[in-house]
Design a protein around this ligand. Structure first.
Ligand code: UD1
Length: 367
């Protein structure tokens, strides 16, 4: 049996690592890794392979950047050749990026079974490119591995056959659990001259926040003001750098400190000791919930509602007034913001990938 994994963008690398390892140790199946090249900078790709202990990809498609149509089409054309050459028994795709839906579409047309890791998440916001990628991938995937009960409910409501749905937990948390100790030895805090719990961490790259000059300008002004009370460390995603440069704001201002994107271990080291995290990322909402760190999400909606219901997450959208009041409330010791032990979300326990490997073994092993 031959399993092909497809990854392309930064969050995919964090998700594949535990699955690759679990399949290697629990099953006899051959594994092949295809990297589409959606993310190609050293600090958006290579450093993650090193930190996560991943082998070099077997195939690199080199699709690079472009419009959504260009990027999705380039992955499809290049990946179709790889599938025809390899003849896999199962293809695993991860998350919600353009590479995910492109690879799933290729397989559906070639009648190759697809497994979607992190299935069923919905923001119910179809202006988000990722929501379109999630909806389409889940409709054509044969195996749907979900991280939380809302994922199962969404899929059932959309008519997915119950037998295809497997709730396994959160593979991103698997990577966090494995590397948290290593991250605690990262020198990132001393390199930045920071003390634990005496700074905030910010990440921002969603088109809805960074592609509009007005929205980005308003957010930046608010963040600079907030940083006067607590320094804000801002590892800047490449698409955000481009927008900041257009705005003439590509330099640190006040205590809003702009730095290059960090490796997985350094970012985990920085985030796990932060007082507050501000983000528009999906994965960081989950990681802060697990770590018990207050997270203010710069989005109007989330496809990860358990982080709000059972975790530490608050949606502030682009409401700079709400962002400001929540930020100060946390620093003023608002009781509901006390650091909590790991939130205890069911199956977010570091073993999701093992559950995936066992399900694959049982099913493919029978064939
Ligand atoms: C992609 C995913 C998003 C995910 C994010 C994580 C889609 C639709 N979006 O968004 O869900 O949260 O990755 O980072 O798939 N660039 C570089 N170097 C790189 C990669 C990108 O300079 O290594 C620049 C390019 O100019 C590119 C832009 O960043 O046009 C955006 O990259 P792209 O992969 O299209 O989308 P992301 O914003 O990274």
């Amino acid at each position: 049996m031959k399993l092909v994994h497809v990854v392309g963008a930064r969050p995919n690398f964090i998700k594949i690592a535990p699955v690759w390892r679990a399949i290697a140790s629990l099953t006899p199946f051959e594994q092949v890794m295809v990297h589409t090249g959606q993310h190609y900078d050293v600090n958006m790709s290579d450093v993650f392979f090193v930190d996560l202990g991943l082998p070099a990809p077997d195939h690199y498609l080199g699709v690079g950047s472009g419009t959504h149509a260009q990027q999705t089409a380039a992955v499809m054309v290049a990946f179709e050749r790889v599938v025809q050459q390899l003849g896999p028994d199962l293809v695993l795709v991860y998350g919600d990026v353009n590479s995910t839906v492109a690879a799933a579409l290729v397989c559906a047309k070639l009648l190759v079974p697809v497994a979607h890791v992190e299935a069923g998440l919905r923001s119910f916001d179809r202006t988000m490119p990722e929501e379109i990628n999630r909806l389409l991938t889940d409709q054509i995937a044969d195996w749907l591995f979900t991280p939380s009960p809302d994922g199962d409910e969404n899929l059932l409501r959309e008519g997915v056959a119950p037998g295809k749905i497997h709730r396994v937990g959160n593979v991103m948390i698997d990577s966090l659990v494995r590397l948290l100790q290593t991250a605690s030895r990262s020198t990132v805090l001393s390199e930045l001259g920071l003390e634990p719990e005496d700074y905030a961490v910010l990440t921002m790259h969603r088109p809805s926040n960074v592609d509009s000059e007005d929205a980005l300008g308003d957010l930046l002004n608010t963040l600079i003001r907030l940083s006067e009370r607590l320094p804000i460390i801002f590892p800047v995603h490449p698409r955000t750098w481009q927008r900041l440069e257009t705005l003439g704001a590509g330099e640190a201002r006040g205590q809003l400190r702009l730095i290059e994107p960090l490796s997985y271990v350094d970012f985990l080291g920085l985030m796990s000791q932060a007082r507050i995290v501000l983000t528009d990322s999906g994965g960081i909402q989950e990681e802060t919930s697990y770590l018990g760190i207050p997270c203010l999400t710069l989005r109007a909606n989330t496809e990860r509602p358990v982080t709000v219901e059972m975790g530490t997450n608050t949606l502030v959208g682009q409401d700079t007034g709400l962002l400001t009041s929540r930020f100060h409330a946390i620093l003023d010791g608002d009781d509901s913001w006390d650091r909590r032990p790991p939130a205890g979300i069911s199956l977010w326990d570091g073993h999701a990938a093992e559950r995936i490997a066992r399900i694959i073994l049982e099913t493919l092993g029978r064939e």
